[in-house]
Design a protein around this ligand. Structure first.
Ligand SMILES: Cc1cc2nc3c(=O)[nH]c(=O)nc-3n(C[C@H](O)[C@H](O)[C@H](O)COP(=O)(O)OP(=O)(O)OC[C@H]3O[C@@H](n4cnc5c(N)ncnc54)[C@H](O)[C@@H]3O)c2cc1C
Length: 457
């Protein structure tokens, strides 16, 4: 049997495609990277089907790339060496929500919006950390790429919220990881050797996660938003430090954009939440006092009359701060998600403006402060998809932003292959060798999303 027929035997005719029209869609994402070739798309419905497809791919040495929502923008789901894209969207069951122990077990295709609406309907007192991303992105894909959501400044990266998973290894074994390997409860990843790390941040190069348990958190009854504004870029570091020291916030991001003129300032957006109205008022008072004292001499102002449309945008879950970006005709949007030490923000801010101007773009920023010790610093670029010159300029701007991020001691989050190469070049050689060994052990035939996290030879 040829490969197509074998795949049809496993997942049925409706679950496989090699038609040019469908392969076209899977050969690109909505970011600025070049399209690449795909040979087959497979949509399994069960873990056994995933296992069988992997066994064939491993035997025939066919590359295989897992795909959730496909929205990293950095072409992580576009194969580098052809082969099969395994689209997980048909595995879309919310298997369990354990209210008392506050976790949800979901299949790999469950979207952020599906989990969010399920919780609103059935467990209104609980919430999960929701990324500021299109609603179709998957809970599993996001946790695996070390994403962050609207409560990350308070509770940590979404990957830290993983309690355990079911994963199919490239060689076909189905493994349970975390407490679910020894207990019916998917409630914790330890105390055990911390195996989830073998699959988090690896971009699908070590196995296919079919189920995952994610922590849930109390959903506060009241939320409010406050904004402060400054033009003093050098004050950002101290202001972020002080706001974190106060330790009363739910979410915290910085936005700015050169046009329209009213946005050409540094806005600090703080979301406070709580179970009592008094609690909210107290928190708001505390931040007003902090920023008033901090801003003495006119450096920092409280935005008294935040427009209702902006209030709504910031209070939505997910917040829609990215809409601040300057979207061009053609709708392309990309960013380098630099994870930076907070004291590097002013330097990065100035460099971002320089890079944007060099390529004829308007500078726009959305940064989320993460747990007080780092920031996701988004160098945002918008482009016209239909204009190849514009797309090429964006690729160059991203490349410069990535390089600069590493130069100042930061890391590129969910980086495209070029950014991964920069990381591998900078990396301690023994660490790079360890990555190679781990990949070799788990994936002896190198079939899993090849081209990603490849050691520089
Ligand atoms: C406008 C915009 C704003 C965004 N803002 C945020 C934000 O604030 N916070 C945030 O965290 N993200 C943000 N993102 C990124 C987006 O959330 C990520 O794309 C998403 O979280 C990843 O999920 P996905 O389903 O798209 O994964 P995919 O892009 O499908 O996959 C990501 C990686 O994981 C691998 N993978 C996927 N599923 C599996 C699996 N089951 N097993 C093994 N490997 C797998 C893929 O091969 C790929 O390497 C934003 C994106 C956009 C477009």
């Amino acid at each position: 049997m040829d490969i197509y027929d074998s795949l049809v035997t496993i997942v049925g005719k409706d679950g496989v495609s090699n038609s040019q029209e469908e392969l076209f869609l899977y050969s690109r994402d909505s970011g600025a990277q070049q399209p690449r070739k795909v040979d087959y798309v497979v949509m399994p419905e069960t873990v056994e089907q995933v296992q069988k497809v992997l066994l064939i791919a491993n035997k025939e040495k066919i590359p295989i790339t897992p795909l959730g929502g496909g929205f990293t923008l950095s072409a992580l789901v576009v194969p580098n060496k052809g082969g099969i894209v395994m689209d997980m969207k048909r595995m879309d069951k919310i298997i369990e929500v354990n209210e008392i122990n506050r976790y949800a077990v979901v299949e790999a295709g469950v979207s952020q919006a599906a989990l969010q609406s399920y919780l609103v309907k059935n467990h209104p007192n609980l919430q999960h950390s929701t990324p500021e991303a299109p609603p179709t992105v998957t809970v599993v894909g996001n946790a695996l790429i070390q994403g962050h959501g609207h409560i990350s400044p308070r509770y940590g990266m979404n990957s830290d919220m993983i309690n355990g998973m079911e994963v199919v290894l490239p060689t076909g074994e189905i493994c349970k990881i975390g407490s679910c390997s020894v207990s019916p409860y998917w409630f914790t990843r330890g105390p055990l050797p911390d195996l989830p790390g073998l699959f988090i941040g690896w971009f699908g190069t070590t196995g296919i996660v079919t189920k995952l348990s994610i922590k849930l958190y109390p959903k506060p009854k009241y939320r409010d938003v406050m904004a402060f504004v400054t033009d003093d870029i050098d004050s950002i570091t101290k202001a972020v430090f002080e706001a974190n020291q106060l330790d009363l916030l739910e979410d915290f991001f910085l936005i700015s954009q050169e046009k329209p003129d009213w946005m050409n300032h540094v806005f600090f957006v703080i979301i406070v939440s709580g179970h009592f109205e008094d609690e909210i008022e107290l928190k708001k008072k505390a931040y007003k006092k902090l920023f008033r004292e901090f801003g003495e001499g006119g450096r920092m102002e409280f935005v008294e009359d935040l427009h209702p449309a902006l209030r709504k945008r910031f209070l939505d879950v997910p917040p829609l701060a990215a809409l601040a970006a300057d979207f061009r005709k053609g709708g392309g949007f990309e960013y380098t998600g630099a994870i930076l030490p907070i004291d590097k923000v002013p330097e990065a801010w100035r460099k971002g403006i320089e890079i944007a101007h060099k390529y004829g773009m308007i500078c726009s920023y959305v940064h989320q402060v993460l747990m007080g010790n780092s920031i996701m610093f988004g160098f945002n670029y918008s482009f016209n998809r239909a204009d190849e010159e514009d797309v090429e300029k964006t690729r160059k701007a991203l490349d410069e932003s990535n390089r600069f991020t590493f130069e100042i001691g930061g890391m590129v989050w969910k980086g495209e292959v070029g950014a991964q190469k920069m990381a591998m070049e900078k990396m301690d050689p023994n660490t790079a060798a360890l990555i190679k060994r781990v990949k070799g052990l788990l994936d002896p035939n190198g079939i899993m999303n090849p081209g990603n996290w490849e050691p520089v030879t």
